[in-house]
Design a protein around this ligand. Sequence first.
Ligand code: SF4
Ligand code: SF4
Length: 61
Amino acid sequence: MLSKGYIVVCGCKKCGRCRTVCPTSALKRTTDYRPKIDHELCNRCMLCVRCCPNKALVYME
Ligand code: SF4
Ligand code: SF4
């Protein structure tokens, strides 16, 4: 698990897969079905980054 940085969303295709794997419910669905990350809840486990079929979730240091 990474201790700093945060995850950004870029190029999302709205499949919803990332929200199903997040262990802390940090990924919220927006009205257009793209995920919005609650950075207070995110523990940077990287599960969503690994599962996204479009590489739309990117870890930024
Ligand atoms: S898994 Fe990727 S493409 Fe699917 S909703 Fe999440 S960010 Fe978007
Ligand atoms: S890095 Fe982990 S805790 Fe953070 S949004 Fe992705 S799956 Fe959830």
